[in-house]
Write a protein that binds this ligand. Structure first.
Ligand code: ATP
Length: 367
């Protein structure tokens, strides 16, 4: 039996995760769902936002559905990423007809960002320059300048194993996409011209792994890649990039196809995986019941494909979401002023109705 842990997190997180849980229960009726204590309630009861029993429930689960982080759940997110070593973050963006886009031209976008999820500038490794200079007085930058004595520094870390494992995920994703008619090409995005060692290593290892997997690839610098993502988004298939660049590029890509409320994401490692929408806790709309649950609901599709090997459920869900949107359902973030926006619950129910219709048609057999 499938065993999933739901962690709503904070802000709109619990609202969108509950809507997603209803969809999940419909598709997998015998799923065992656990909702272990975490966040603010856990701080009050146990003095930590993620008690050991909650961590253990996550480790034992087949996968985790997560909501969002604002203030109280930072350690929850840290556990999901670094405690469970979920080193690759997959963030697809696909055009949905009729959804708002800032683009003037109507082009079909269907791309996948594979973001390295545990290295680079994350988790925060900052300090005072005076401490740095005291410990390493002879350190100079690339033009021979000494480090200023006042201010702050941040470390950006790249390891060989980190580059290898995320590149392998991008290669597999490209091969999967090729099977479904996409080009199966990977665009590597770095800032190698500035970070010659770290990003140079990222690029050369990525190229080695993609060559070995016979996956075609090209490379752009992050600034050029962002420009191209806005100017010719239809030309991208899979994008492989270090942590912070992927964080930024995936928000841009989400905005091109309907906004943050629509954007799903899956974080995978060798043993564990968790799934969440790209957006944050959206404190401006939290508690109002108006958040768009489709980013979270579509993260279920990623769960079905990446972790549970249930591609038929993924396709069914994607069709149900497409039909819901085609029928005109819009939460406030997607609605034009003339449209009456639906609530989080209404949008979730509309997806459920589409799933029920499909189940009824399948049960009645071919005409
Ligand atoms: P945080 O501090 O948690 O990152 P934030 O507001 O800075 O929160 P997001 O939560 O990503 O960042 O939200 C950015 C904007 O997008 C907000 O105006 C928010 O209301 C909107 N937004 C994000 N997710 C959704 C959603 N699911 N439905 C509707 N609007 C959303």
């Amino acid at each position: 039996m499938l065993n999933l842990v739901l962690l709503g997190g904070e802000g709109i997180g619990p609202e969108v995760v509950e809507a997603t849980a209803q969809v999940l229960k419909h598709l997998v009726p015998d799923v065992e769902l656990q909702r272990p204590i975490h966040g603010e309630a856990a701080i009050a009861a146990h003095g930590t936002s993620i008690p050991d029993a909650t961590k253990e429930a996550c480790r034992r689960a087949d996968a985790i559905l997560y909501g969002a982080t604002h203030k109280h759940c930072k350690d929850v997110l840290r556990f999901l990423r670094w405690g469970l070593t979920t080193f690759a973050n997959l963030r697809p963006s696909k055009t949905r007809p009729g959804l708002p886009s800032p683009l003037k031209k109507d082009v079909p976008i269907d791309l996948l960002i594979v973001r390295e999820n545990v290295e680079g500038e994350y988790p925060t490794r900052e300090g005072e320059l005076r401490d740095f200079v005291a410990r390493w007085p002879e350190f100079t930058d690339v033009i021979g300048q000494k480090i200023p004595a006042e201010g702050a520094f941040a470390l950006r870390i790249t390891t060989e194993i980190g580059c290898r494992r995320v590149s392998a995920v991008a290669a597999q994703a490209a091969l999967r996409r090729r099977e479904s008619g996409r080009p199966g090409k990977v665009t590597i995005v770095t800032k190698q011209n500035i970070f010659a060692r770290g990003d140079g290593m990222f690029r050369s290892i990525a190229e080695e792994i993609l060559d070995a997997a016979k996956v075609p690839h090209d490379h752009y610098y992050i600034d050029d890649a962002c420009r191209r993502l806005v100017a010719q988004p239809e030309n991208f298939d899979v994008i492989l990039t270090p942590n912070m660049f992927g964080d930024i590029m995936s928000d841009i890509a989400a905005e091109l196809v309907g906004g943050l409320g629509m954007a799903p994401s899956g974080c995978v490692g060798e043993r564990w995986s968790y799934f969440e929408s790209v957006h944050g806790s959206a404190p401006d709309i939290a508690g109002k019941g108006i958040a768009n649950p489709l980013g979270s609901i579509q993260s279920l599709s990623l769960l079905f494909r990446l972790t549970l090997d249930r591609p038929a459920d993924a396709t069914l869900l994607e069709e149900a979401v497409a039909a819901t949107l085609a029928n005109g359902y819009r939460t406030a973030d997607l609605a034009e002023s003339a449209t009456r926006p639906v609530s989080t619950e209404e949008m979730g129910n509309a997806v459920l109705e589409q799933l029920e219709r499909r189940a009824a048609t399948a049960a009645s057999g071919p005409a």
